[in-house]
Ligand binder design. Structure first.
Ligand SMILES: [Zn+2]
Length: 328
């Protein structure tokens, strides 16, 4: 058994999964807005109930997934539930529940969940010692292309974190801009995109939904939502010269995605790349991405599967559960 909690800005969800990865219990409550103590209390109540119902001891370890990150001193940062920022969430919960707590950001939980229960189950080859039934690929790179760009790396079923807890933070690599769509004079312009992290031209500033919208706005002067750009890319737009605007921006986006992902492949050579988040649902990505990456990958035989996520909104809570070792 494993118990995981997904702490989101609007809801808190908890799940218990068994040794096969199947769900035994699940419950969700609304996140108390702007109230840290009430948020701790809501999590504690869910955890106690889950443990009681499935028969896990009160002192057993739990996993928590959050959109923010834990800093080296143990306080939280970058949480969209801002009441959590600067708070020692893991320590406070551990004291309140009298059990160890493991914590990871949502991209890491996404990667873990897809490795074990989502796409990894289809592609899987790695079988951990003592795991009789479920298996997952040796190295999985999970990417969220959404409001931001996050990444997580799962090696032989275990999340890779690293001494600075930044493993997989591909979204804040500098975007290799030389790989933009060729054959058009319009790509010559040098852009500087500040990122919230304080750097400039991070991958996230191009490959997130807002990044795609900014590309369109900078090139054509019109502010569109990412989904409007996708619709126009599919349908064509306007008349005459404007007809291909969205198509042009989309090809540029794909070129940027291909070059940025190829850099990950050259370092990590994952067995599987899973894409999640709003933009991952654009089916055109999966027809085009591998051939577009191939010239930038250091092999002539590039056939790494690049697939859309299977678990949708549930990835966070399943991934949180997989942060912890099996409780028997
Ligand atoms: Zn950044």
């Amino acid at each position: 058994m494993r118990l995981g909690v997904d702490l989101g800005g609007t809801k808190i969800e908890a799940v218990v999964i068994d040794g096969n990865g199947d769900e035994c219990w699940r419950q969700r409550v609304l996140t108390p807005q702007g109230n840290y103590d009430a948020t701790l209390g809501a999590i504690a109540q869910l955890v106690k109930e889950g443990k009681r119902i499935v028969g896990i001891g009160p002192s057993a370890v739990i996993g928590i997934g959050t959109p923010g990150a834990e800093t080296k001193d143990g306080s939280m940062k970058n949480c969209n539930s801002t009441a959590l920022n600067g708070r020692f969430l893991r320590k406070d919960l551990s004291q309140l529940l009298n059990c160890p707590v493991k914590i990871a950001n949502d991209a890491n939980c996404f990667a873990l969940a897809e490795a074990h229960r989502g796409r990894g189950r289809q592609v899987g080859v790695f079988k951990a010692e003592g795991e009789s039934t479920h298996q997952c690929p040796g190295v999985v790179f999970g990417v969220i292309l959404g409001t931001g760009v996050g990444g997580g790396i799962v090696v032989n079923g275990t999340l890779l974190t690293g001494p600075n807890t930044i493993a997989g933070e591909w979204g804040h690599n500098p975007m290799p801009l030389k790989g933009e769509a060729s054959g058009s004079a319009r790509v010559e312009r040098v852009e500087r995109r500040p990122c919230y992290c304080g750097r400039v031209n991070c991958v996230e500033t191009f490959l997130s939904g807002p990044g795609l919208a900014l590309s369109y706005q900078q090139r054509f002067g019109e502010t569109l939502r990412p989904e409007e750009i996708i619709t126009r890319m599919r349908n064509g737009e306007g008349e005459g010269e404007d007809k291909e605007n969205a198509g042009f921006i989309w090809r540029e986006y794909m070129q940027q995605l291909a070059v940025a992902l190829a850099q990950v492949v050259n370092i990590l050579d994952p067995s599987l790349i899973v894409l999640g988040g709003g933009l991952s649902m654009v089916s055109e990505i999966y027809q085009d991405i591998a051939p577009m990456m191939k010239p930038h990958v250091f092999t002539d035989e590039f056939d790494t599967p690049i697939l859309p996520a299977l678990l949708g909104d549930s990835a966070g809570v399943y991934g949180a559960a997989w942060l912890v070792d099996e409780i028997t």
